[in-house]
Write a protein that binds this ligand. Structure first.
Ligand code: AMP
Length: 169
């Protein structure tokens, strides 16, 4: 399956989870084996051989990180919302449209490990920037940042720097 056909499987749900938000639901894409294979291969391609581990941000980043890890022959680590990890080694708080969020990570990787950071959607960039800071705080090297879809109008690329996005809308 080509990338355009995979992108067509992403559903847009108006006014979810609140009025005015066009929610991008990647579930139909994940449910299609050919589409899933295609996007995972495309996420990995620019970074092949250049990362030791993939980190996925809770929760939809987890779905991608496991698949990316198997495809690339590396392991994966979860970046979790506050209070979920039994042994958090670092935490970073960031602003949401309403309120704040905190993410945490354990330090089970050797210092200097090259980490590919993944999530499903890049919107304002706050979530991925927090993930990048977490990796830096723990002494890991950012091998790259990758998402399936980038919502260009929200300007996240200027916040997170170089990001590999498969679909830009
Ligand atoms: P941001 O921190 O603004 O870049 O938002 C990115 C995070 O929020 C990601 O973890 C996405 O899963 C989620 N997100 C933001 N906007 C959307 C959207 N329109 N549809 C689906 N998920 C979104």
């Amino acid at each position: 399956m080509n990338l355009a056909a995979a992108e067509a499987l992403i559903a847009t749900i108006p006014d979810f989870p609140e009025p005015g938000v066009q929610f991008k639901d990647i579930s139909p894409l994940l449910a299609d084996p050919a589409a899933l294979r295609t996007v995972i291969a495309e996420v990995v391609a620019p970074f092949e051989g250049r990362f030791d581990v993939v980190a996925g941000i809770e929760a939809r980043g987890f779905m991608l990180a496991g698949a990316v890890a198997i495809a690339a022959g590396v392991g994966m680590v979860p970046i979790r919302k506050a209070g979920k990890l039994p042994r958090p080694a670092a935490s970073v708080s960031y602003d949401l449209e309403y309120g704040q969020a905190t993410i945490e990570m354990s330090s089970d990787l050797p210092r200097g490990a090259r980490v590919l950071l993944v999530d499903d959607i890049l919107a304002t960039g706050g979530t991925l920037l927090a993930g990048q800071r977490l990796l830096a705080d723990l002494g890991y090297e950012l091998a790259g940042t990758a998402v399936l879809m980038e919502l260009e109008a929200l300007g996240g690329r200027a916040v997170v720097g170089d990001v590999h996005s498969l679909f830009r809308i």
